[in-house]
Design a protein around this ligand. Sequence first.
Ligand SMILES: Cc1cc2nc3c(=O)[nH]c(=O)nc-3n(C[C@H](O)[C@H](O)[C@H](O)COP(=O)(O)OP(=O)(O)OC[C@H]3O[C@@H](n4cnc5c(N)ncnc54)[C@H](O)[C@@H]3O)c2cc1C
Length: 313
Amino acid sequence: MHESDNAALSGDYEVLIIGGGAAGLAAALTLGRLRRKVLLCDDQQPRNQAAAHMYNFPGYDGAAPELWRSQVRKDLQKYPSLSSQTTRVMKIAQTGTGFEAQLASGGRVSAQKVLLAYGMKDRLPDIPNLAELWGDTAVHCPFCHGFEFQDQALALVGDGEMALHLLSMLLGLSADLMLLTQGPSQLTPEQKQKIAAKNIHLVETPIQTLEHTGPKLEAIVFADGKRISRDVLYVQTAFPVHLSAHLGEDLGCKVTDFGWYEVDAFGKTTVEGVYAAGDIAGTHGMSVVNSAAFGSTAGARIAGELLLQKSGF
Ligand SMILES: Cc1cc2nc3c(=O)[nH]c(=O)nc-3n(C[C@H](O)[C@H](O)[C@H](O)COP(=O)(O)OP(=O)(O)OC[C@H]3O[C@@H](n4cnc5c(N)ncnc54)[C@H](O)[C@@H]3O)c2cc1C
């Protein structure tokens, strides 16, 4: 892979990959192995950048997320048809033969196919000190960060059916659970009874602040002055999710009610020549291993389509 500096790039590529997290890197590897001419643009703000450890990724369980990404970038050096630049894709438009993109580095490139792999941004509730703890003792996913917190004092900020779903998973980790709804709960009296039967304490009073020592949560202070010691705060993901860019929408790709792009089993969006992988492809992402797997699937599909077209078969 040729890594270009900040120079304004120009040129024609077969594939433009927008985003170099798990999905984009895996797709580049797959495309490079069939010698497709690819440009990977990434502005290096992956969703898990706040976390020191990445879990539930076979072979890298507990490693620093950047360790895995840098190893993949090293692997990509073997493939001469790949190019990359650390830059943001600012704009993209369809042309008669494919797509033209404008890069923050000043470049303008064209490509026959585009893979959107730009991930999402977590929209955190407005709770003082939450951002400081995010990725350490304030997290969103029990599979990513859970086993390490087993039998500790856990709380979940959330409500409704989604909160019940998350609480059922958290019960696999600890019996000391609280549900914090930040106002009157949407749960039915029957649902409230069910969680009370599991000794899950429901607090409807809004959180005033989080007390912490460095990255360690110590206690939650509520608007009525009550202070409750807790080790970990889980935060329910807000839907619709907030994508890191809206280039797909600019191209006309359909977005689902969850906020991610509608794709088929191979990452094809509703616009010909445009693919999506990783967290922005919804349930095909939402973790590093799933995003990498789906990036690889989309990469293979794109390579297959390009080569079929080229061969004339
Ligand atoms: C705090 C936290 C901890 C997590 N821990 C884990 C864990 O332990 N295990 C796990 O499996 N999952 C974990 N996740 C989830 C995981 O981070 C995501 O599922 C995964 O990163 C999705 O990969 P992706 O390639 O879709 O997107 P990302 O990894 O977010 O990568 C997208 C890339 O695209 C770039 N980009 C965005 N817009 C543009 C643009 N316009 N032009 C160029 N580049 C652009 C971004 O800067 C970024 O580098 C965690 C998430 C959070 C929030």
